[in-house]
Design a protein around this ligand. Structure first.
Ligand code: UD1
Length: 422
């Protein structure tokens, strides 16, 4: 298990490129299953989750070839409809092959993902929506078995604007007979990106980016090329790190229009935010001020930012209140921040963060991707060298993480089992 040794005290400064969005790339890769032939995605981040999705597609019989930040997916022939537990348990987003497999093959067998460190993550909305489209679905031996000789258009109202359910249903509906309307759909920019790719493949989709998607099913799809949208969560992570460390960073390719509420919160904390020719510049002169925030589906502040903003506010002047509305157990990492001297009290889905003057380095764990990023931000604000274990979680979601830290002037050394690499 890799550890990262982060020396506290640096004010991040400089410019770094923002990678393609993990949460878009994974779904675009799954969508390429719809078209026989070779689709090419560019600006795909080099991270473990994208590799794992490549393995899922290969397991299904697609040819997957990486070339720098591009991946070609040849889905001319598929040999299997099964996404095995061994892969799904490592990356729960594998569940999004369910919709495209049903659409292309009329059958899918996908391992049920199980829980993870941020709470219970049911897939009932995916299942109910597909059933409305005529799929028969049951679970057996830890697998979801779905069959649909023919998918039919349906009117579906989601109980909650789930990102994954919207994506799975969208990828099934594009091939269903007739029109599907998905109401209370998720509006995340990654859904808009997916809809754009599907449209290039021949799909007919109205309302992408709104809460009502209207999809007219088509009979066939052609492979297409697409560039993955910039990662708004990565952009926000580095922006928050800049604020926490009173830094000055330019995030090349970062999109202000996908981050309105998070950036408003950073402005409230005292940051100067500027849209530059290349992206976004974030500057923080003084100690950040406390701000309250709540997590909500897009365009609300993403739940992924909750740990990251919370560690930013751990050293702010004043008391902040955070409310987590999306995932029930997303405060588990708070105990790790407390080990570094953070004064955070949680009560149900609320947290009270009393800003302290300094954090102090301690051995801590990265509990998941975003909690891991939060630990790194805390470490940058701590006195001493913080040792963060379980860094593989961070590797799942952030491309070139240490290289970007180094480019911004931080000292972070990765320690592999048995040896230390600078
Ligand atoms: C995606 C993102 C994740 C982000 C989340 C919310 C990917 C790979 N992951 O996850 O980083 O934190 O969106 O922005 O894109 N729910 C149900 N039933 C369902 C599906 C979801 O009750 O069938 C609930 C979940 O328990 C959770 C909420 O809906 O409370 C949000 O989940 P969802 O939007 O589906 O998140 P994911 O797509 O899993």
């Amino acid at each position: 298990m890799d550890r990262l040794l982060v020396t506290g005290g640096a004010r991040l400064s400089g410019s770094i490129p923002i990678s393609g969005a993990k949460n878009s790339a994974l779904k675009l890769m799954a969508a390429s299953l719809l078209a026989p032939g070779e689709s090419v995605l560019s600006n795909v981040p080099h991270i473990l989750d994208c590799r794992l999705m490549g393995e899922v597609l290969e397991h299904l019989g697609a040819g997957v070839a990486w070339n720098g930040s591009s991946v070609s997916i040849d889905a001319t022939t598929l040999a299997s409809e099964e996404a095995p537990y061994e892969l799904v348990r490592q990356m729960r987003a594998s569940i999004v092959v369910l919709g495209p497999l049903l659409a292309r093959r009329g059958r899918a067998q996908v391992a049920m993902p199980g829980g993870d460190a941020i709470g219970s993550r049911p897939i009932d909305l995916h299942v109910r929506g597909l059933q409305k489209m005529g799929a028969e679905i049951h679970s057996e031996h830890g697998f979801l078995l779905a069959t649909a000789p023919e998918l039919r258009g349906a009117a579906i109202t989601l109980d909650y604007p789930s990102v994954g359910a919207t994506e799975n249903l969208l990828m099934a509906a594009v091939a269903a007979r007739g029109t599907t309307v998905i109401d209370n759909a998720a509006r995340e920019p990654e859904i808009t990106d997916l809809a754009a790719f599907l449209t290039q493949m021949g799909a007919r989709i109205g309302g992408a980016g709104t809460s009502t998607l209207e999809i007219d099913g088509v009979d066939s799809f052609a492979p297409a090329g697409h560039t993955v949208v910039a990662d708004r969560i990565e952009t926000g992570t580095w922006a928050m790190a800049a604020v926490a460390t009173r830094g000055d960073v330019e995030l090349l390719g970062g999109r202000q229009d996908h981050l309105e509420i998070p950036l408003t919160k950073l402005a409230d904390a005292g940051a100067a935010i500027e849209v530059t020719d290349g992206g976004l510049r974030i500057r923080q002169e003084d100690r950040p001020r406390a701000v309250d925030f709540v997590t909500l589906p897009y365009p609300g502040l993403a739940t992924d930012f909750q740990p990251i903003l919370m560690s930013t506010l751990a050293t702010a002047a004043g008391t902040s209140i955070a409310t987590e509305n999306v995932f029930e157990s997303r405060f588990l990492y708070v105990d790790e921040l407390r080990r570094m001297g953070a004064d955070i009290r949680t009560e149900g889905h609320h947290a009270v963060i009393r800003g302290v003057d300094r954090l102090s380095a301690a051995p801590v764990r990265a509990l998941d991707i975003r909690a891991g990023a939060a630990m790194v931000i805390a470490a940058l604000c701590a006195e001493g060298v913080t040792e963060i274990s379980d860094m593989h979680h961070v590797d799942r979601g952030y491309e070139d993480f240490e290289a970007k830290l180094a480019a911004l002037g931080a000292t972070a050394v990765r320690e592999h089992a048995g040896s230390v690499f600078p």
